[in-house]
Design a protein around this ligand. Structure first.
Ligand code: SF4
Length: 358
């Protein structure tokens, strides 16, 4: 759905009173009515105009998968041009309902451990296509009198390479005429697009920032994240310090544990030195298996040791609990696997206990 002001002017230009737009927004966002046909306040001529000119959803659900424990729902959406993306709803025991959204079709960052990174980049999503992923789950949850409590930009794509549309989508989520979400319930995750970190800090002081770090040195990071050759760790950490100075907010560093790559004890000590004095939390992510050859997750004993070294060096640290592995909906697993089945006639995601992009 577009912004309220856009819908109002569209109606006015076509001789329909603009208050009809307010009725639509009330029905859609307050009552969770996701179809013009079911909006009883609208006369048929207005319904017809809206159906043809202002579709409620810019994305169409094609396939739904639910994890065995019922905690996770992944939806494959088709876009207007036939491209496919995935979004995930995670229901936590503490009552949080978190939606993980995609911001691009595919990804050009090519992180070696990420299933999405193995897809070719097709295009950026529009703000509507991003916000509609949340709206879709919001209307589903309304049926059981629940609502979306958190949104994480950790699905397919690098949000800061689609900055303008991502920023508009955040405005749409926060709009009190639409989903009316609090800034602090939204998290954007970047693999480290340095120039946009300061821009984001200045524009969205209360929205959370997560940085996919995954390595304590350029040597290790260059191996698994090609972006590191463009923005070395020194520049990235400097940008993160600037972020905390501007926002006075803690930054989350995501760290996926890869067997033999970044999980040694010396890596933990290096990481502690790198982050010393920075307002931050390290979120350790056990690797969710994908079909990528040669990449394996670390053993639990190594993860425990890594954590204890950070802990004893006064770095705040958590270990993420992944949901939805059985439906390939966990961190780093979103891969548009359904391309062939959907496109036979004819586009990472992830999710975890507290969000996060691998
Ligand atoms: S981890 Fe994020 S930035 Fe890296 S390839 Fe996957 S989706 Fe792209």
């Amino acid at each position: 759905m577009r912004f309220l002001g856009d819908v109002r002017s569209r109606l006015e230009k076509n001789g329909i009173p603009s208050y009809r737009a307010n009725q639509v927004f009330k029905d859609l966002f307050e009552k969770g009515i996701g179809s013009y046909d079911d909006m009883k306040t609208l006369p048929s001529n207005v319904k017809d105009f809206l159906k043809n000119n202002v579709p409620i959803f810019s994305i169409v659900p094609k396939k739904e998968s639910t994890s065995k424990d019922g905690s996770t729902k992944k939806i494959l959406f088709e876009l207007n041009d036939g491209e496919l993306i995935e979004a995930v709803l995670m229901k936590f025991d503490d009552g949080r309902n978190t939606v993980c959204v995609s911001s691009q079709v595919g990804c050009m960052m090519n992180c070696k451990f990420c299933a999405t990174g193995q897809l070719s980049f097709k295009r950026n999503l529009t703000y509507e296509e991003i916000a509609d992923q949340v709206l879709y789950f919001a209307t589903l949850l309304k049926k059981t009198k629940e609502y979306v409590t958190h949104v994480v930009y950790m699905g397919m794509g690098e949000p800061f390479l689609n900055y303008t549309e991502v920023a508009k989508s955040i405005d749409m989520l926060r709009d009190d005429a639409a989903l009316n979400m609090g800034s602090r319930s939204i998290t954007v995750s970047t693999c480290g697009i340095v120039p946009e970190i300061k821009r984001f800090a200045e524009q969205f002081k209360q929205v959370n920032l997560a940085v996919s770090l995954h390595a304590p040195s350029d040597e290790v990071r260059n191996e698994i994240m090609p972006i590191s050759t463009k923005y070395p760790l020194e520049e990235l950490i400097e940008a993160c310090k600037t972020y905390t100075e501007i926002t006075h907010r803690r930054i989350t560093f995501e760290y996926v544990m890869l067997d033999g790559v970044n999980d040694k004890e010396r890596h933990a000590y290096q990481l502690a030195v790198l982050l010393r004095g920075l307002l931050c939390l390290v979120n350790i992510i056990p690797y969710n298996e994908t079909s990528i050859k040669g990449i394996k997750g670390s053993q639990k004993s190594k993860i425990d040791k890594f954590r204890s070294i950070l802990d004893s060096n006064h770095i705040q640290v958590t270990v993420r609990v992944s949901l939805g592995k059985d439906i390939d909906a966990a961190c780093g697993q979103l891969a548009r696997k359904n391309k062939l089945s959907i496109n036979s006639n004819n586009h990472g995601g992830r999710k975890q206990k507290d969000s996060g992009k691998v």
